[in-house]
Design a protein around this ligand. Structure first.
Ligand SMILES: C[S@@+](CC[C@H](N)C(=O)[O-])C[C@H]1O[C@@H](n2cnc3c(N)ncnc32)[C@H](O)[C@@H]1O
Length: 224
């Protein structure tokens, strides 16, 4: 009987099971998220993140994993106007490195070009996160005391888990915004907090179809 069940399970579509897992994790692992404040749109949630960072009165660091055409990075740079603030955007600029649900690899391709934004505080690290990781750690040296916001907007499980583990190496608490939480990013945060003994405390969410957390704001505290 057990063998028959295992045999049946081995035939179920792994990708479908992973999608289902995200919904189970939302209810079971991240139950606190449902008690966090609700914001009407992602800009309202970003505003809450900017307020918590200290707004334009404070020099802050913003790291964005997944830039595409720069819509979200532009917003943060405009809202966090302190001349000492720094914004670092990471992207292949050739699109998603693997398929994300119905979206094939290469979606969000900008022909290798980073957005042109007239703001010297913004810099880009083109390439896979996995390849530009050393350059990011180098760029972040000396900013240990500043408030840090990390915008996780890579959509994919593997990219998000890698990015979470990379920022974990800084060994400091920070604010995180997830842009497509229900799905790949739910699993990435679950596996990261479990594997790296980190904590995520939820500070806000924006709901998709009035039910499912799309954008999520939290404080991440790496384990010791
Ligand atoms: C949804 S888009 C970002 C949207 C953007 N933040 C905005 O608000 O307009 C996701 C981006 O993540 C990038 N990405 C995903 N995984 C990556 C990886 N491992 N390395 C580099 N870029 C990656 C893709 O190239 C894509 O441009």
């Amino acid at each position: 009987m057990r063998n028959a069940l295992k045999n049946l399970l081995s035939r179920l579509p792994a990708e479908g099971l992973e999608r289902a897992l995200a919904y189970a994790m939302l209810r079971q692992t991240f139950a606190d998220l449902a008690r966090s404040p609700h914001f009407p749109a992602r800009e309202a949630l970003w505003e809450e993140a900017a307020r918590r960072l200290g707004g334009s009165d404070t020099p802050v660091t913003v790291v964005e994993f997944g830039v595409h055409e720069g819509a979200s990075l532009r917003w943060f740079a405009q809202r966090l106007a302190h001349p000492g603030s720094r914004f670092i955007g990471l992207d292949t600029f050739t699109g998603l490195p693997e398929a994300w649900g119905a979206m094939p690899a290469g979606t969000f391709d900008t022909q290798g070009r980073a957005p042109v934004i007239d703001d010297a505080r913004i810099s880009f690290l083109p390439g896979l996160f996995q390849d530009t990781a050393p350059a990011l750690l180098e760029a972040l040296r000396g900013s240990e005391e500043r408030p840090l916001l990390v915008h996780y907007d890579a959509d994919l499980y593997a990219s998000t888990l890698f990015a979470l583990a990379l920022i974990d190496r800084l060994g400091r608490p920070y604010l995180a915004v997830f842009d497509e939480f229900t799905g790949h990013e739910t699993r990435a945060l679950r596996n990261y907090t479990q594997g790296w003994r980190a904590e995520a405390s939820f500070l806000g969410r924006v709901l998709w179809r009035e039910r499912w957390p799309a954008q999520v704001l939290c404080r991440v505290t790496p384990g010791r």
